[in-house]
Ligand binder design. Sequence first.
Ligand SMILES: Nc1nc2c(ncn2[C@@H]2O[C@H](COP(=O)(O)OP(=O)(O)OP(=O)(O)O)[C@@H](O)[C@H]2O)c(=O)[nH]1
Ligand SMILES: [Mg+2]
Length: 229
Amino acid sequence: MLDDVRSGDRRALSKAISRVESGEAVYPGELPDVPVVGVTGPPGVGKSTLISSLISRLRGRGETVGVLAVDPSSPLTGGALLGDRIRMQGHVDDSGVYVRSMATRGHLGGLAGAAGDAVRLMKMAGFDRILVETVGVGQSEVEVMNVADHVVLIVGPGWGDEIQADKAGILEIADVFVVNKGDRPGVSDVKRALAETAESRDAGILVTTATTGDGIDELIDWIDRLQSV
Ligand SMILES: Nc1nc2c(ncn2[C@@H]2O[C@H](COP(=O)(O)OP(=O)(O)OP(=O)(O)O)[C@@H](O)[C@H]2O)c(=O)[nH]1
Ligand SMILES: [Mg+2]
């Protein structure tokens, strides 16, 4: 099966990921060096929409993209699945894009372990780039971000208080901060709440409107810079 995964067989990849989801170990051997970007943030902040915008840009420059969405449907937003967003934005018929969801419940070996195995399988499948989405609400989600080389934390207007509280410690692992829903009021308050942490981490603060694509090019520039060092 792993040989099929290596040769780009998507069905084999999906099957192999299902196996690691149910607790089986994989021994992938040597893996290509594929940049992994984690995208996290509170429920409904626009992570999936932003990822879809990122995919459009990355595809525009010819990169193939694998996406792992861990617990893609939060109870708060009623479950707008990442797959639905990708479909809406026309990526579904694109063979250069692979999207896989992973539920957070019932992982014997721990969610972060299963996500790590899934990412290794995606590397084996030969994508140029891998994106991982997870809701940044608790410790186990923060652990999932360990699979990423770099982490993008997305917040929205109105999230100033949550940023101050930061129970999960997600601020401490972010390499770039994005205030999404830049078309809504309250952006400067959130930027202010982020400023100190961003400065101490040498992280940028960007403003995006994922629904229109505003600010996405700047975000890609940031990601490129992070990955070139
Ligand atoms: N006004 C505005 N709405 C946005 C923006 N980005 C996303 N949305 C909307 O916010 C809602 C949630 O977007 P999602 O992309 O599903 O958010 P998410 O963070 O992936 O949500 P969960 O995975 O459920 O946590 C949708 O109705 C989007 O259309 C934005 O920049 N501006
Ligand atoms: Mg989502």
